[in-house]
Design a binder for this molecule. Structure first.
Ligand code: ADP
Ligand code: MG
Length: 263
């Protein structure tokens, strides 16, 4: 469960201060397809980047599974991004001179898996988006829609809980956009998908929830997720992913040691 609580963010360039987000609060369900709609400059990308740990909020809190991120350090944000979040951008951001298989393989950040398993997982991710036959092609040998499906496969290969997409159909024609939306809708069956879009028709057709933003605040939300505040554990700081794994491992090891000594 992901919560944004009273988040504000401003950018200062010279003397000019731009309030990109003004006291924004939203709760997200673990699996739903949320479309963020709004005019250019309304704060959509800022919101998505803050949710994904690519950018920092000034005030407020991003609460992950009931845990505050206020005291997060860089390594906590790295771990959150690597283990929890997949990103899809409008411009695909694929490495041009590498096969799409390599593009997906390179995104596997989970450590301790063999070269062979990496390849298999990347292949599977590409098969899941309908590109199993094209894995040896380079990005420039594919259509825009296919490139975006590669980007989706790349975002999903680490099996993140949350997929964030910033105008994923912004560079696509309407037929191809529909394919990408169908795919995102499928992904949202067991993940949280948050998509920023300019396109209200696509949002209405595919998303289960539409949040409209303007000038850094929320205008309306078609399907808000109300939480009983009392049920939420008080925010605390906790490491996730890799760091908590090594912590658990060291705990387990010292416990084992203790047993051995006692025995
Ligand atoms: P959207 O994605 O809805 O088009 P953004 O979130 O990108 O909007 O931007 C919101 C506002 O913040 C805009 O006025 C934009 O110019 C400003 N902004 C965004 N990023 C920066 C930045 N890195 N530096 C300065 N201003 C920024
Ligand atoms: Mg944007």
């Amino acid at each position: 469960m992901l919560q944004i609580k009273n988040i504000s963010k401003k950018y200062t360039t010279g003397d000019f201060v731009q309030n990109a987000l003004n006291n924004v609060s939203l709760n997200f369900r673990d699996n739903e397809f949320v479309a963020i709609l709004g005019p250019s400059g309304s704060g959509k990308t800022t919101l998505l980047n803050i949710v994904g740990g690519l950018d920092r909020y000034d005030t407020g809190d991003l609460i992950i599974n009931g845990i505050s991120t206020k005291k997060y350090k860089d390594k906590d944000w790295d771990s959150y991004r690597n283990h929890t979040i997949g990103f899809v951008f409008q411009s695909y951001n694929l490495i041009p001179h590498q096969s799409i298989l390599s593009n997906v393989e390179l995104a596997l950040t989970i450590s301790g898996i063999s070269k062979k398993e990496r390849k298999e997982r990347a292949k599977q991710a590409l098969t899941d988006v309908g590109l199993g036959e094209q894995i040896h092609k380079r990005p420039n040998q594919l259509s825009g829609g296919q490139m975006q499906r590669v980007a989706i496969a790349r975002a999903l290969v680490n099996n993140p809980d949350i997929l964030l997409a910033d105008e994923p159909t912004g560079a696509l024609d309407s037929d191809t956009s529909v394919q990408v939306m169908e795919l995102l809708k499928e992904v949202a069956k067991d993940k949280l998908v948050i998509m920023v879009t300019h396109n209200p028709e696509l949002a209405n057709l595919y998303a289960n929830r539409i949040v409209r933003v303007k000038d850094g605040h929320i205008l309306d939300d078609s399907n808000p997720f109300e939480l009983n505040d009392k049920k939420i554990a008080p925010p605390e700081h906790k490491n996730m992913g890799k760091s908590s794994m090594s912590f658990l491992t060291s705990l387990a090891l010292s416990f084992n040691n203790l047993k051995t000594k006692k025995g």
